[in-house]
Design a protein around this ligand. Structure first.
Ligand code: 5RP
Length: 232
């Protein structure tokens, strides 16, 4: 899907922010457009205090002069604007394609609202076509991998499980963890899969975002649509 659609979704979501807000900044190519647009407003005098969801986003925001803080220094955020790998009509998400799911979930949970921006190819009937990122502690990795595989089997996963690589090396998150990409194919009971994965001691977090997002801006060839739970 074209980068222009991502930019349009990001542009539309600018209507969600007001001067003086505390804003969570997502990670990924769509969130990057939002940070760019926000940076342009900050240059014109827009005031905000932002918490980035990755080192990559922090670097971009700082280069644009966007003031940053952390969740240790403020107690809540007004809104978080972030991308997604999949979103269904119940506003359940798969995130973590960019490997930032842990910080993204912590920041979204500390926000009064989470707004997703994406091109409309991310809207799905049922989650699971996109491999579910599962962030795991390197300690006891083989045992954790087996346990995640057992959960996949129990929930009828149609694909495999792979350790994420980047540039020929094991990908490591900002928190120093690994990511297992779990190809379920179809996740019909996301809440049960979430609970089963979080029951595994070596699992730090997973990319199912349930009950966190209630609004989305999705860009399509004929314009951007705003979905909200009130309309659903
Ligand atoms: C990063 C994420 C991203 O928001 C997700 O992968 C979507 O990325 P993009 O906007 O590049 O399609 O969850 O961890």
């Amino acid at each position: 899907m074209s980068d222009a659609f991502k930019r349009q979704a990001a542009q539309a979501a600018m209507s969600e922010v007001r001067s003086g807000m505390r804003i969570g900044l997502g990670t990924g190519s769509t969130a990057k457009h939002f940070v760019d647009l926000l940076g342009a407003e900050v240059a014109k005098g827009f005031e905000c205090l932002c918490v980035p969801t990755s080192e990559e986003t922090a670097k971009q925001a700082l280069s644009l002069g966007i003031p940053l803080t952390s969740l240790d220094d403020i107690d809540a955020l007004d809104v978080t604007i972030d991308g997604a790998d999949e979103i269904d009509r119940g506003f359940r998400l798969i995130k973590g394609g960019g490997g930032a799911l842990l910080r993204e979930k912590i920041v979204a949970a500390a926000s009064a609202r989470m707004v997703v921006i994406a091109d409309n190819s991310k809207l799905v009937e049922t989650l699971g076509q996109f491999p579910l990122p599962v962030e795991v502690n390197p300690f006891g990795f083989a045992a954790t991998r087996r346990a995640v595989g057992n959960v996949m089997e129990a929930f009828g996963a149609q694909g495999g499980l792979s350790l994420r690589q980047r540039g020929g090396e094991t990908f490591t998150t900002d928190g120093g963890h690994y990511i297992l990409d779990a190809s379920f194919g179809r996740i019909s009971d996301a809440e049960a899969v979430s609970r089963a994965l979080l029951d595994i001691p070596g699992v730090v977090q997973h990319g199912l975002f349930l009950d966190l997002c209630r609004e989305a801006y999705l860009a399509a060839p004929d314009g951007v649509i705003r979905l909200s739970e009130q309309q659903a």
